[in-house]
Design a protein around this ligand. Sequence first.
Ligand code: SF4
Length: 457
Amino acid sequence: MLLRHTPKEISERTALTINPAKTCQPIGAMYAALGIHGCLPHSHGSQGCCAYHRSTLTRHYKEPISAATSSFTEGSSVFGGQANLLQAISTIFSVYNPEIIAVHTTCLSETIGDDLPQIMKKSIDEGNTPEGKIVIGASTPSYVGSHVTGFSTMVKTMADMAEPTGKKNGKVNIIPGWVEPCDMEEIKRIAAMIGVDITLFPDTSGVLNSPLSGEYTMFPKGGTTVAELKGCANAIGTLALGEWCSADAARLLDTKHKVPCSILDMPFGLKATDRFINALRTVGGTTVPEEITDERGQLIDFISDMHQYFYHKKVAIVGDPDQLISMAEFLMSIDMCPVYVITGTPGKRFERRIKEITKESPFPVKVKAQGDMFLLHQWIKNDPVDLIIGNTYCKYISRDEDIPLVRWGFPILDRQGHQYFPTVGYKGGIRILEKILSSLLDRTDRDAPEEKFELVF
Ligand code: SF4
């Protein structure tokens, strides 16, 4: 009983978070920045913040994460970190020679009030940023929002690099949101099958799932290039996958450069993938090939073959809003019942959306934005579920309450595979169902008395 102190009785809490279902803004900003080719993320704050952000990403992606820091001392903590950042920019370009530095702020530099745009301008004026090199900056104070907000802010900053040429390039921008590198690969595969030329940004495929070659490369071959980011202003449209992660960047391209955007859900599960495929073929002016239709048919076949094992199973899901919205819809579509839904990211519209998706549920549904895992545990103690879907931190609740756990989301610190096996698209839907089904049937096997222990399901 690792969480033995979690009481069953629920008290109203307004100023206390226990076991948060989120992490800090710069982690999201750093992940997004790693999706730019030749980019070195830079944490404008003290070393401890940067070490934490890097180690969290390293533990999830099982890859070394390179990032620089302004390395605040007592002096910069009081008088501001301008001198540190200017020196850092100069040193980074001369020692590591990235194409671009993506700076994000931290609690400390935000509290001091460092003016990032002014420092970046000074860096150009004083020659710290060499000709042809780029520094972008995102404001990511962690006392508001979450890692999702930080991701979104950095992606919006990337979109702000777009430069119109006055001529459309025929491409479609896809902003995938915070998904795994393999999910980004899968989105590119689907777009290629449909015959739509896309710019995916950010794109961490080939960066955080790159092969072990025996040689260290400071900047892996993956990532959206600076030229591609600049070209986003000339696209024929933008598909933003996820209101929380991607919509702000898409709207910026729409209002600033007249690139029309559609805000979609992340393509997890059948219906959300249907909408994504339909939007992609519409904006790209193409048709859906038979191969995609076959993949869809395979997912439907899986659902129909195994439906009896999913039917009316109660599920607790915890994670980030965009992912949870699609997952809740997917579970409802296969007659599973997401009864507890928690995200640490703020936003009442998340609660409204989940209530709308689950309104046909046969069980009461509890949903909370800006919630925590302590509350989730209390809900489960009062009325248990059949399955938990969430990140590694759910393993404590899973163990204490003896409930199977499907690891999905961020961070996954104690398992492998999430960088390699996509969960977006129809094939990804099969992957999700396979994981859910294996967990449920493993539990059935474990609990079955000998006379009911089945060889074939
Ligand atoms: S001080 Fe702020 S930015 Fe730094 S690790 Fe803590 S929450 Fe994150």
